[in-house]
Design a protein around this ligand. Structure first.
Ligand code: SF4
Length: 152
C-alpha cells in the first residue's frame, strides 16, 4: 500500500508526491518498470510523464499498443529532489528499501511480462548485463530487461 510518509530511505524528503505508485490497468498482462519518478512525474503525481512519457507514448503508438492496457511503474517510488541518484551499492540500498512497494504492485497486478526499462530497473531484478535481452522468472511471469537505447 502506498505510504506517503515512508521513511525507509531519505529520497522522500521534499517530494511533492512521495511514494508514487504506478498507474494503469490493474489486470495488465504487461508491466513496464522504470527507474524513479522525474520532476514532471513528481509534479503531476503519476509515472511516465514529461519527456519520458512522451517517448513512451510515441513508442506505444508505433507498436499499436494502448497505454491504458499496461501497468506503468518505477522501481524507486520517490523523485530524488535533493540528491542525485547514486550508483553501485548505494543505489542498491535504495532499490532494496523501496522494493516492498514494487513487490506489492507485482503481486496485485500479476503481469505475464515485466519489462524493466534501463539498468536501474533491471538491477532490481538482479539483471546486471542488459546489453542483451535477458529473461528470468519473477513471481508472476517472464522478465525482460531492455537498455533504454534499445527501446528508442
Ligand atoms: S524511495 Fe521508496 S523507500 Fe525511499 S522514502 Fe520513497 S517510498 Fe520510501
Amino acid at each position: 500500500m502506498r505510504n506517503i510518509n515512508c521513511t525507509l530511505c531519505e529520497l522522500g524528503d521534499g517530494c511533492n508526491n512521495p511514494c508514487l505508485w504506478g498507474e494503469g490497468n490493474p489486470n495488465a498482462k504487461l508491466m513496464l518498470v522504470g527507474e524513479a519518478p522525474g520532476h514532471a512525474e513528481d509534479i503531476q503525481g503519476a509515472p511516465f510523464r514529461g519527456m519520458a512519457g512522451k517517448l513512451l507514448n510515441n513508442i506505444l503508438d508505433r507498436l499499436g499498443i494502448d497505454r491504458k492496457d499496461l501497468y506503468l511503474t518505477n522501481v524507486i517510488k520517490c523523485h530524488p529532489c535533493f540528491i542525485k541518484l547514486p550508483t553501485g551499492k548505494k543505489l542498491k540500498v535504495l532499490i532494496d528499501a523501496c522494493r516492498v512497494y514494487l513487490d506489492e504492485e507485482i503481486a496485485t497486478v500479476k503481469p505475464k511480462v515485466i519489462l524493466a526499462l534501463g539498468a536501474t530497473a533491471a538491477s532490481a531484478f538482479n539483471i546486471k548485463n542488459i546489453s542483451m535481452v535477458e529473461g528470468t522468472e519473477p513471481a508472476s511471469g517472464v522478465l525482460v530487461a531492455l537498455d533504454r537505447k534499445s527501446v528508442v
